[in-house]
Ligand binder design. Structure first.
Ligand code: DON
Length: 560
């Protein structure tokens, strides 16, 4: 009897409450710990883990695996990401790169035909579009180094339960999956839950995924990179023109990197370095913006938008020219961040006239929620900022047979051909060309901002090329304009990336007089429904923790 009681107590203590349908909460104000993520079920799981004694890393791992189930358009085990971690005890920062790598068989011209033209969709759809997934190794490395719970199984259990028993999709999720079902049918060799008839209110069950997650639970990273899951990946690659081999899976390794740090008007921002271009773009934009009195110009005034646009344009021109994986190419990081160089760049900005980008070729610019960002803070003050992705929505549209997870199409983030824009209209050159085991350049910018050695803001966003500008604008909204977190996140955004030479603005967010004035200064404006989806946490001086899920889409905050 006593043994049964003990067993039950242990089970209840270690098992997590998993709610298959959680209510979306846009803002919480709490005192201990919080999570903001793209999905309410996942945010609640993170909070539960911390209530059971886990730290921010434990919570982040559980949220990551949960998102692979309840937010399959971007949450993943078949993709990769970046994590910035702040350890409270010594105020130290860590950056984990679990970005996908090109398989050994990858070549510079693998997506070109014999005439040197880009083969449509080859880098974005199907098995050949996938890089070697990094997420499972990333979570395992983070766990080994920083987990407080030291109970890996417990971090996987909520995800397994949700995959096996199902969860209720939101209306937005049903709509977004329906739009991609045909493509998933075309590129996935076997029947899978993503191609079934979707009924609102019915649990969405992923039995194969549950088994894969169990293999990861039982054998950690080796349950994914070796064993039957590896067999499933490699055999389907061989049968469907993919490139990932057993050796590629064995060799995958995430990397701890030195975080990128920048000071902005008395605040210190810590973010992901290369292969995230955000690690240079954000510092460049901050350093250039530092030279202007944005606050005096007024939020979203034509002057402020004009100057920030010019700053963004200049930073992104450097991205295309210089940035790539520093394990393979020498990137002049020091020069790019040098204040003398940035002074010079700023000196070419005209106050009332747009500088035309040296337009080579315009890009097709798309946005749909594909990547996902989440922020976590725990009772001790440790903080995690993670952005993870499959690249496009549902990645390569390939569900691995028998293993039930989607593969990324991250290879498209390489420069497939110099000057040819990728999914996000970004162009690149030699620094970001394809090479075996190289990591493709990213824009993901998970960031932690501190003031006087206290965490102030944990922030990040999806949105492809728009991520660094989104992160910059949220920070600027708070630092320059004194906004509270909710207003800073929900405020309309704008974006310029050098090429195409277009200023993108969120529809309905800016008044006509401002738009007209910007057009008169020479900016070509296009409107977009949404730019980014920010999930952020602010810690105020009195210790109040505010977690906010962006008003855009289903993002949801939780805390206690
Ligand atoms: O790493 C990158 O920059 C891209 N693969 C991110 C894609 C993305 O944010 C899509 N989300 N909207």
């Amino acid at each position: 009897m006593l043994r049964l009681f003990l067993a039950l107590t242990i089970f209840t203590f270690f098992s997590c409450r998993t709610n298959p349908e959680a209510t979306i909460v846009k803002e919480v104000k709490v005192t201990k710990a919080a999570v903001a993520s793209a999905n309410a079920i996942a945010s609640e799981i993170g909070v539960e883990i911390m209530k059971k004694g886990g730290n921010a890393i434990d919570a982040a791992i559980a949220v990551h695996f949960a998102l692979a189930v309840v937010y399959p358009q971007a949450g993943n085990i078949g993709g990769g990401g970046f994590m910035v971690y702040r350890q409270k005890s010594d105020n130290s920062y860590y950056a984990l790169d679990y970005r996908e790598m090109a398989p050994e068989a990858a070549t510079e011209d693998m997506y070109l035909d014999s005439l040197g033209n880009v083969i449509p969709k080859k880098s974005t759809h199907g098995f050949a579009a996938a890089g070697i997934p990094g997420s499972v190794d990333g979570m395992w490395q983070a766990y080994q180094r920083f987990s407080k719970l030291q109970n890996w199984e417990m971090l996987l259990e909520p995800a397994i339960k949700l995959a096996r028993e199902g969860f209720i999709m939101t209306e937005t999720q049903i709509k977004e999956l329906s739009e991609k079902q045909e493509e998933i049918k075309t590129y996935s060799p076997t029947e899978n839950p993503f191609t079934q008839n979707l009924v609102q209110g019915e649990p969405f069950v992923q039995e194969d995924l549950a088994k894969t997650l169990e293999a990861i639970r039982d054998k950690n990273r080796y349950g994914f990179y070796t064993g039957w899951v590896a067999d499933a990946i490699v055999s389907s690659m061989e049968q469907n023109g993919g490139n990932i081999t057993y050796l590629d899976l064995l060799r995958y390794k995430s990397k701890w990197r030195i975080p990128s740090v920048i000071y902005y008007r008395g605040f210190k921002a810590v973010t992901m370095p290369l292969p995230s271009s955000g690690g240079i773009l954000l510092p460049q934009m901050m350093e250039m913006a530092n030279k202007f009195k944005l606050r005096d110009m007024g939020l979203h005034s034509p002057d402020a938008i004009h100057l920030v646009t010019e700053v963004e344009r200049r930073a992104y021109a450097d991205r295309a020219m210089h940035m790539g994986d520093t394990d393979f190419v020498r990137v002049p990081i020091y020069n790019l961040m040098h204040s003398g160089y940035l002074d010079e760049r700023v000196s070419t900005i005209k106050r009332t006239k747009a500088t035309p980008s040296n337009a080579i070729r315009g890009g097709i610019f798309q946005d749909s929620p594909q990547t996902t960002h989440f922020s976590v803070v725990d009772e001790e003050g440790n903080a995690v900022s993670i952005t993870t992705t499959l690249n496009a929505r549902y990645g390569s549209k390939v569900v691995v047979p028998n293993a039930g997870f989607l593969l990324n199409n991250e290879m498209d983030d390489f420069s497939v051909k110099p000057g040819v824009p990728n999914l996000y209209g970004l162009v690149g050159g030699d620094a970001n060309k394809i090479q075996p085991y190289k990591r493709m350049l990213s824009s993901m910018t998970p960031t932690i901002v501190e003031r006087d050695e206290h965490p102030f803001l944990i922030v990040g966003s999806p949105g492809g090329s728009t991520i660094p500008t989104t992160v910059f604008q949220v920070i600027s909204n708070m630092v320059d304009y004194g906004m509270d977190l909710k207003s800073a996140v929900n405020a309309p955004r704008f974006h310029h990336q050098w090429l195409p030479d277009i200023l993108y603005m969120e529809e309905g967010g800016f008044d006509q007089a401002t738009i007209t004035e910007l057009e008169e200064r020479g900016h070509e404006i296009k409107f977009r429904e949404k730019i980014g989806q920010v999930n952020a946490i602010h810690i105020s001086v009195d210790g109040t923790i505010t977690a906010v899920g962006d008003r855009r889409k289903d993002n949801s905050a939780a805390g206690y």
